[in-house]
Write a protein that binds this ligand. Structure first.
Ligand code: AMP
Length: 283
């Protein structure tokens, strides 16, 4: 495995044999089974796999958890080595945002609701850093988790609008046995909070069950999410949504499909989760 923080090294490895296909898995490290599933899928689809490990400061607001964000580079490297990854890109801030940096990628409408309403500059940071990673690695395919549903919509829009020559592959959310979606931020949760955190999955499952029994009113599905979350004293709701999976506009009536999503605070920890329901099945 090549481990490097230098763009020149990535370019040299990537273009050593230009005929080989490359899969890129962008991460912020503190790797778990969710990341591992993306890496494995990338390995199955491509000749070579690159993983970037970079905690991107521009996608955190000043009030958010950038400094506290869990970091464990040695464990990450160990995991990636065991997965036979070919290239690990670990840039520093001076490589990603060199002095004088002044270019940003702004995706407009689909970045505004849901996460965007609570985190106004978040997707500007995400789109900018992912655009840069795409230009550095020039992957054939890039792998993202359904866990961050709006991120996949925003990046799809960016790829389409700016004609990036990359195929986005979205991978199923990997969950703990009790349903909690795996996340590096789960490490923040105290034991009682960890138990309470399952409310997100329970709320989404309840709304999904109603959908499967024929409920098609968006407001009713949103109410199921809100009420279930409200019953958990340690959870503070941020949003509960039943939206169009492509535009992310809230739906009155569900036709083709719906993205059920919610965000909650448990103590200082903000957690998100979602289920994508299309024609009676979920993602
Ligand atoms: P992060 O390191 O949290 O920025 O996540 C890196 C990538 O892994 C993103 O595309 C996430 O959507 C994806 N990811 C995070 N958690 C999960 C999960 N539980 N299941 C599947 N993918 C995930």
């Amino acid at each position: 495995v090549i481990v490097t923080g230098r763009i020149e090294d990535v370019r040299r490895a990537r273009w050593g044999d230009p005929k080989l296909s490359w899969g890129l898995v962008p991460t912020m490290g503190s790797l778990h089974e969710g990341h591992r599933s993306l890496v494995r899928r990338a390995g199955a689809d491509n000749d070579r796999v690159a993983v970037s490990v970079y905690v991107n400061p521009t996608q955190f607001a000043p009030s958010e958890d950038l400094d506290a964000y869990p970091r464990d580079p040695e464990r990450d490297l160990d995991l990636l080595q065991r997965e036979n990854v070919d290239l690990v890109f670990t840039p520093g801030d001076e490589v990603m945002y060199p002095p004088g940096f002044q270019t940003e990628v702004i995706v407009r409408e689909v970045a505004k609701p849901l996460e965007g309403a609570s985190r106004p500059d978040h997707f500007k940071g995400v789109a900018t850093v992912v655009a840069k990673l795409f230009n550095v690695v020039q992957p054939s395919r890039a792998y993202f988790g359904q866990k961050d549903a709006q991120q996949t919509v925003v990046l799809r829009q960016m790829v389409r609008d700016l004609s990036f020559n990359v195929e986005l592959v979205i991978c199923t959310t990997v969950r703990e046995p009790d349903g909690l979606a795996m996340s590096s931020r789960n490490a923040y949760l105290a034991p009682a909070e960890r138990t309470a955190a399952t409310v997100l999955y329970r709320a989404l499952s309840k709304a999904r069950a109603a959908y499967e029994q024929g409920e098609r009113r968006g407001a009713v599905l949103r109410r199921i999410l809100t009420k279930t979350i409200a019953a958990e004293p340690l959870a503070r709701p941020d949003y509960a949504s039943a939206a169009d999976p492509d535009t992310l506009a809230e739906l009155d009536y569900i036709g083709d499909g719906v993205l059920l999503s919610a965000a909650i605070f448990i103590g200082k920890t903000r957690l998100i989760d979602n289920m994508l329901l299309t024609n009676g099945s979920d993602f």
